[in-house]
Design a protein around this ligand. Structure first.
Ligand code: B1M
Length: 210
């Protein structure tokens, strides 16, 4: 049976080649991609977060872990994203201004693609102007914003305000997520939905487009 603890360790130690090798092994052993993500990669990254918070890890170690995770996720991508499906909706997605974290945002994008959404990923450090422009141009069903920093999460409110000023707020549903975001915060800024993790985000989005 595949040892998810070993994969977690590869992420925790930032060993990219080992993380990809073990991910491939898990795929070969027919583990469910969602389990590889949740029980291996994300569980490892959670430990990295705790170590960083406790001062046991510094930025270079966190960066190595993030790189290892990204490399491993590449292998899961084709398994999660099914090809040739008619889009069930469009999602414009980005990490808000001032925030460069994209591991979670990329996972969310991948899960939405896998569920049959057309995903327009604006990347990281996305300004409210850019979000507004993307909504105007692409007319998405959902605008998704991700934030990992308490200092950048307030940007979400600015984006909603900018959409209001552009007369676009009622044309799109807004979903927010990321580690510091809560349902209470989402309600406060007037977002339509908050999801703790990618899987829930997809389920909520499907209900929204139906
Ligand atoms: Co940063 N960082 N970091 N970091 N980093 C955190 C977020 C932190 C909590 C670490 C800590 O102190 N424990 C802390 C924030 C504290 C705070 O604001 N309260 C922190 C800090 C302080 C910083 C810097 C300021 C450090 C510094 O420079 N002194 C700096 C900021 C840079 C910037 O953005 N301007 C910084 C930098 C970095 C790296 C570049 C080294 C690297 C990012 C690499 C990258 O993303 N390309 C990094 C990393 C890796 C982390 C931690 C360790 C891991 C984040 C991650 O990838 N998690 C993180 C600690 C932690 O979160 N445990 C930390 C795995 C990922 C799968 O989870 O992103 O939460 P997550 O996404 C989940 C859900 O949140 C949700 O679904 C995803 C999948 O299930 N979700 C959504 C996310 N977006 C969603 C959107 C949705 C719905 C759900 O709808 C649209």
């Amino acid at each position: 049976m595949f040892d998810f603890g070993e994969l977690q360790q590869a992420i925790i130690l930032g060993k990219g080649p080992l993380a990809t090798e073990l991910t491939q092994k898990a795929i070969n052993e027919e583990c469910v991609p969602k389990d590889i993500l949740n029980q291996g990669l994300i569980a490892g990254m959670d430990v990295v977060g705790v170590k960083f918070k406790n001062g046991e890890y510094y930025l270079p170690q966190v960066l190595l872990a993030a790189r290892a995770m990204k490399a491993a996720v590449v292998l899961l991508h084709p398994l999660i994203v099914s090809a040739g499906i008619q889009p069930i909706g469009t999602l414009v997605l980005g990490t808000v201004k001032g925030d460069l974290h994209d591991v979670g945002k990329n996972l969310v994008a991948m899960l939405f693609q896998g569920a049959g959404f057309n995903v327009i990923d604006l990347g990281v450090d996305v300004s409210s102007e850019k979000f507004v422009e993307a909504v105007r141009e692409n007319k998405p069903d959902i605008l998704g914003m991700s934030s990992l920093l308490t200092t950048s999460m307030r940007e979400m409110q600015d984006v909603i305000q900018a959409l209001q000023e552009a007369g676009l707020r009622d044309k799109v549903k807004i979903m927010v997520g990321g580690a510091p975001i809560t349902q209470q915060f989402a309600d406060k800024i007037g977002a339509d939905a908050y999801a703790l993790e990618g899987g829930t985000a997809v389920e909520m989005a499907k209900a929204m487009v139906n």
